[in-house]
Design a protein around this ligand. Structure first.
Ligand code: NAP
Length: 280
């Protein structure tokens, strides 16, 4: 089921989203924000890869790219089977140079997706450097994160290589319907981060009630709410059992009634903005 305006193309197995440039992004990924560099990160990413995840979301700001790379090598999974996202830290100056550092830390030849982490001091200044990262083959695809529709438009207006993803905070309590529609109209895939509300959504009684009724866990219900709309989603856990649990979201479906019940948890008013409180 696609959201209104979201003309999404999926791979035949229903687990990958075909982006506007033809890149295939696995719908479900593991995020590693707030996972310290070192054994905790290596173990989480290794567990995910062993359990079948093929999409890892890191960032220069997270400080753990080296551990993501180490886990990839230790897992024995081939580089070209894993979709790796990293993000340019807009507090730095040069997206091309920072991409080179990222792939060095990761120990890979390229990342699959390179995002401007937030608009910072302006939506467009980093974009030529992001395009240079594609030209240099450091990144296969490029996009943005925490960008409103207007900021996306400014990037697109001056772009030679268009952004294919806008990664934003997205879960039933912040159902950014207007931004989802704006992304679809622009051929940009909205990608959901903090799908569990950084844990806060897991205790919601409506989520718990649906989970009980369908015989699933609250985390599975929240992740399913995204993938059922063909929205790529990155959830975070450092526990192997939870990482395994969170992967089981392709073998059940939520009814329209339950999807509607979750939609009704929105407290954003279907906002078109990417964030209520900006940190830059
Ligand atoms: P989240 O995925 O919404 O929630 C993670 C929290 O839920 C953790 O406390 C985790 O605890 C817990 N959890 C996970 N699975 C669980 C389960 N099955 N049962 C019970 N608890 C569970 O958190 P998030 O880190 O905010 O967002 C996910 C990813 O999105 C990040 O890691 C990052 O990659 C990305 N992100 C991007 C941005 C951006 O600006 N672009 C911002 C925020 C996040 P344990 O780890 O202890 O299991």
């Amino acid at each position: 089921m696609a959201a209104s305006g979201q003309a999404a193309t999926l791979t035949a197995d229903g687990r990958g989203r075909v982006l506007a440039d033809g890149t295939v992004m696995p719908l479900l990924g593991l995020g590693v924000w707030q996972v310290p560099d070192g054994p905790a990160c290596v173990q989480a990413v290794r567990a995910a890869l062993e359990l079948g995840y093929r999409h890892i979301d890191t960032a220069q700001a997270y400080g753990n790219e080296a551990s993501v790379g180490r886990a990839l090598r230790e897992s024995g999974v081939a580089r070209d089977e894993v979709f790796i996202t990293t993000k340019f830290h807009p507090g730095r100056r040069d997206p091309l140079r920072e991409a080179a550092y990222s792939i060095e830390r990761l120990g890979v030849d390229y990342v699959d997706l390179y995002l401007v982490h937030w608009p910072g001091s302006g939506a467009t200044w980093a974009w030529p450097g992001m395009e240079a990262a594609v030209a240099r083959s450091y990144a296969r695809a490029i996009g943005v994160s925490n960008f409103d529709a207007g900021e996306l438009d400014r990037v697109i207006a001056g772009a030679t290589v268009a952004p294919v993803v806008d990664q934003v905070q997205f879960n039933p309590s912040v159902y950014r319907r207007a931004l989802l529609d704006a992304c679809a109209e622009r051929g940009v895939a909205l990608e959901a981060y903090s799908p569990l509300g950084t844990g806060a959504q897991l205790g919601d009684p409506v989520v718990a009630g649906i989970a009980d009724r369908v015989g699933r866990t609250p985390a599975q219900v929240l992740l399913r709410w995204c993938v059922q709309r063909a929205i790529p989603v990155v959830g975070k856990s450092t526990h192997r059992d939870r990482i395994a649990e969170n992967a089981q979201v392709f073998d059940f479906e939520l009814s329209d009634h339950d999807m509607g019940g979750l939609d009704a948890l929105d407290r954003s008013g279907g906002t078109g903005t990417a964030l209520e409180r900006k940190w830059w």
